[in-house]
Design a binder for this molecule. Structure first.
Ligand code: TMP
Length: 213
């Protein structure tokens, strides 16, 4: 039986990575085969691209150059890690995927949706996750939460940039409501974790039963 491909999306500071770790611990406890990975990155080569991508020295990077870097990383990650794991029946928990490109390079940098779709066709044949959790937080609150943390090249972008990123996410969710589950990220970590569990229950329950958990 094929596994599942589940992605976690949201603004920097939305708490999605903490929640991803929680889901991984739950799967571990229930004996469900899974992997945790992230984008950009996820393979040794893709991690090198990630490092380049996030370096603060590279402040002036063109949006299409960013697009090509994230899709180069994504294709390698998909071929080397994600598809083999799904084919082997594992649950892949991935921190960001192509929705981030529509949000950041599309909304944030202004790269057109047509260009992104074309790159997506070339790099991934438009591979879509089975489910995507979007951690909803206002750009203002996300910025407040990011203060004090170590800021990479993208974290340092303006509030106006993050407003555009947020709007682009909203357009993705409106276009594919059946794939997305929107989680209120303003709640406490435990309440958000409960909402995440509810949002994945229908997909994970059959696997729990198969694992005898
Ligand atoms: P992270 O901090 O959630 O690991 O993500 C790294 C940064 O990369 C984050 O600010 C969002 C950005 N990013 C893009 O701009 N485009 C993409 O396609 C991806 C996957 C991430």
């Amino acid at each position: 039986m094929a596994g599942l491909f589940i992605t976690f999306e949201g603004l920097d500071g939305s708490g999605k990575s903490t929640q991803l770790e929680r889901v991984a611990s739950n799967l571990e406890r229930r004996g469900i085969d899974h992997i945790v990975t992230r984008e950009p990155g996820g393979t040794p080569f893709a991690d090198l691209l990630r490092e380049l991508f996030l370096r603060r020295e590279a402040a002036q990077v063109d949006g299409v150059v960013e697009l090509m870097l994230v899709f180069a990383s994504r294709r390698q990650h998909l071929i080397e890690v994600i598809e083999p794991a799904v084919a082997a029946g594992a649950v892949v928990l991935c921190d960001r995927f192509t929705d981030s490109t529509y949000a950041y390079q599309g909304g944030g940098r202004g790269v057109s949706r047509g260009v992104i779709a074309e790159a997506d066709r070339l790099a991934t044949s438009c591979r879509a996750p089975d489910r995507t959790l979007f951690f909803e937080l206002s750009p203002e609150e996300a910025q407040r939460r990011r203060r004090g943390g170590a800021a990479d090249r993208i974290d340092r972008e303006s509030l106006a940039f993050y407003r555009q990123v947020h709007e682009a996410y909203d357009r993705r969710i409106a276009a594919e409501p059946e794939r997305f589950r929107v989680i209120d990220a303003t709640a406490s970590i435990d309440d958000v974790a409960r909402a995440v569990e509810a949002a994945l229950g229908d997909l994970l329950r059959p696997l729990s039963q198969a694992a005898g958990a």
